[in-house]
Design a protein around this ligand. Structure first.
Ligand code: HEC
Length: 185
C-alpha cells in the first residue's frame, strides 16, 4: 500500500542520512492504518472523489455498506476502521476542501485519524506500549480511559476522542511481535 511504500522510502532515506534510530521512533507505520490514511488511499489524489465522499452524511452502518463493494480483498478491520472514521468526520466543511484545492494538499483537509491521535496524543506522559498498544478495550472501555483524573488535560475534542475510541476498539491490542522493539517498554 502507498503508506507502506512511503514509510519504507522514509526509512531508507533516514538510513542514508544516518538518522535511522531517531526516525524509526517517529514512524507510526507499524500500526494499522487509520481512517484518514485509508481514505487518502481510496481517493488517490483525486479532489473530485474526495469531494464526493466528504460531502456526505451517513451512519457507520451505511458507510460500511457503501465501502464494502469497493473493498474486495481489503482487510475487514480496515473497512470497519474507515466506516467508523467517515461516520464521525464527514462531511468536511467546504472551506477546508477549497483550501485543499488551492494548496493541492488533500490530507490537510481531513481531521486526524485514530492512529495519528494515539501517536501524537498519548506518548507525552507515558509509553505507548503499556498504555495503548497492548490494551484490550471495547468502545466503552476506551471512553472510560478518558474519564480518569490524569487524562483531563488531554487536548482532544469530543469528535477526536470518539475517532480515537473507534479506531482503538477495532485495532488494539497489537501483537507484541508487530511492535518495533524500541517501543516495547
Ligand atoms: C497529560 C499526561 C498524559 C497523557 C497525554 C496521557 N496519559 Fe495516560 N496516564 C497518565 C498518568 C499520569 C497515568 C497514571 C500513571 C501511570 O500509569 O503512568 C496514566 C495511565 C494510563 C493508563 C492506565 C490507567 C487507566 O486509565 O486505565 C492508560 C490505559 C492510559 N494512561 C492510556 C492513555 C492513552 C490511550 C492516552 C492517549 C489518548 C494517554 N493515556 C495519554 C497521563 C497521561
Amino acid at each position: 500500500m502507498a503508506g507502506h511504500r512511503f514509510a519504507s522510502a522514509c526509512a531508507a532515506l533516514a538510513l542514508l542520512l544516518g538518522a535511522g534510530a531517531a526516525a524509526a521512533q517517529e514512524d507510526y507505520g507499524f500500526m494499522p492504518e487509520g481512517g484518514k490514511a485509508l481514505l487518502l488511499e481510496i481517493v488517490g489524489g483525486n479532489l473530485d472523489t474526495l469531494r464526493g465522499i466528504a460531502g456526505q452524511t451517513r451512519s457507520e452502518a451505511e458507510w460500511h455498506e457503501a465501502i464494502l463493494p469497493m473493498a474486495e480483498g481489503v482487510d475487514e478491520r480496515a473497512v470497519r476502521t474507515l466506516a467508523g472514521y467517515l461516520a464521525l468526520n464527514m462531511p468536511v466543511e467546504p472551506a477546508r476542501l477549497a483550501e485543499a484545492e488551492r494548496t493541492g494538499d488533500l490530507a490537510a483537509a481531513l481531521p486526524p485519524d485514530g492512529r495519528e491521535l494515539a501517536w501524537y496524543g498519548c506518548q507525552s506522559c507515558h509509553s505507548l506500549f503499556a498504555g495503548y498498544l497492548t490494551q484490550d478495550r471495547d468502545l466503552q472501555g476506551w471512553r472510560s480511559m478518558f474519564l480518569s483524573p490524569f487524562h483531563r488535560e488531554l487536548r482532544m475534542t469530543e469528535k477526536e476522542r470518539e475517532t480515537f475510541n473507534s479506531y482503538s476498539a477495532i485495532n488494539m491490542p497489537m501483537k507484541v511481535e508487530d511492535v518495533p522493539e524500541e517501543l516495547r517498554f
